[in-house]
Design a protein around this ligand. Structure first.
Ligand SMILES: C[S@@+](CC[C@H](N)C(=O)[O-])C[C@H]1O[C@@H](n2cnc3c(N)ncnc32)[C@H](O)[C@@H]1O
Length: 268
């Protein structure tokens, strides 16, 4: 029987990304091909009519996940003793999609209601720890190994956090962990009012609160050294053919649209 869920605010958005991964997986040419998404989505009580509203994001959201998987694979290949902090993990199957070396550590973090649901709908191996806490709560960071190389991967998370929480999370990561990689996606500041107006006409009661400003981020967190800055619609264009390819190429031709959602990778 499907799990009843009582999700609030940004917690609800992880059903959107799960729905899109399931849609991608059963498409003729999957971009991510998440083989867990269909079973997990079926285990959660949800309203497909409300989620269908977001269907046009299937390719970009799947391409975003694929690139973050690639970066996580690369990190684990370089650091088989490393530690992955999967921040705002929702119901994403990332730890199951990747080959985790036996010496690596993996910590999934999401708000308590989502973490609890995650434990119920996934049969996760023992070496995947699931923490139910806000990423901004310093207490769970006590569990983090300070000496291991650390990848913090935050997909579809930081835009929902107040700027002080984004800085708080990065302060924890960068003061506790000796070295590692930070990988995340972020929206341009102009996207905030536009997306918040769009959320207003959907049944998802949430808001974007943080927009990416490279100079401000690096000035506030000087340990960060930029490695990659990738346009998500470019990833979408490369991942698909036909009409959507042309749509994404059209987005890429307009600087504002090209910068709307980007993926960032920093070393520290
Ligand atoms: C758009 S979903 C993305 C989920 C997942 N990363 C994915 O790609 O499917 C945003 C996620 O961030 C989580 N989230 C929002 N605020 C959070 C916080 N302060 N601490 C931990 N997780 C948070 C939500 O509960 C939700 O699971």
């Amino acid at each position: 029987m499907a799990e009843r869920v009582d999700l609030r605010g940004s917690e609800q958005t992880m059903l959107i990304t799960l729905f899109l991964r399931e849609r991608d997986a059963r498409s003729a040419h999957p971009v991510l091909g998440d083989r867990f998404a269909a079973e997990v989505l079926a285990r959660v009580d949800h309203d497909p009519g409300a989620l269908r509203w977001f269907s046009s994001d299937t390719v970009t959201i799947s391409a975003r996940a694929r690139r973050l998987d690639d970066w996580a694979r690369e990190f684990l290949a370089e650091h088989p003793d490393g530690q992955v902090l999967h921040l705002g993990c929702g119901l994403d199957s990332r730890p199951l999609r990747l080959d985790r070396p036996p010496g690596a550590r993996w910590i999934d973090v999401d708000l308590p209601r989502v973490a609890d649901l995650r434990r119920r709908v996934y049969d996760l191996p023992d070496d995947v720890e699931v923490v139910g806490a806000s990423v901004a709560d310093p207490s769970w960071w006590e569990r983090v190994d300070t000496d291991r190389p650390t990848l913090a991967v935050a997909e579809g998370l930081l835009m929902y956090l107040p700027p002080t929480d984004v800085d708080g999370v990065l302060d924890q990561l960068l003061t506790r962990c000796a070295s590692g990689v930070l990988a995340f996606d972020a929206v341009s500041p102009w996207v905030l009012p536009v997306s918040n107006a769009a959320f207003g006409v959907t049944s998802v009661d949430t808001r974007f609160a943080w927009g990416y400003d490279r100079d401000a981020l690096v000035a506030r967190h000087p340990r960060l050294r930029g490695r990659d800055d990738v346009c998500v619609t470019d990833l979408g264009a490369r991942a698909t053919a036909g009409p959507w390819h042309l749509v994404y190429r059209g987005f890429d031709a307009v600087p504002y649209l090209r910068d709307a959602l980007r993926l960032h990778r920093y070393a520290f």
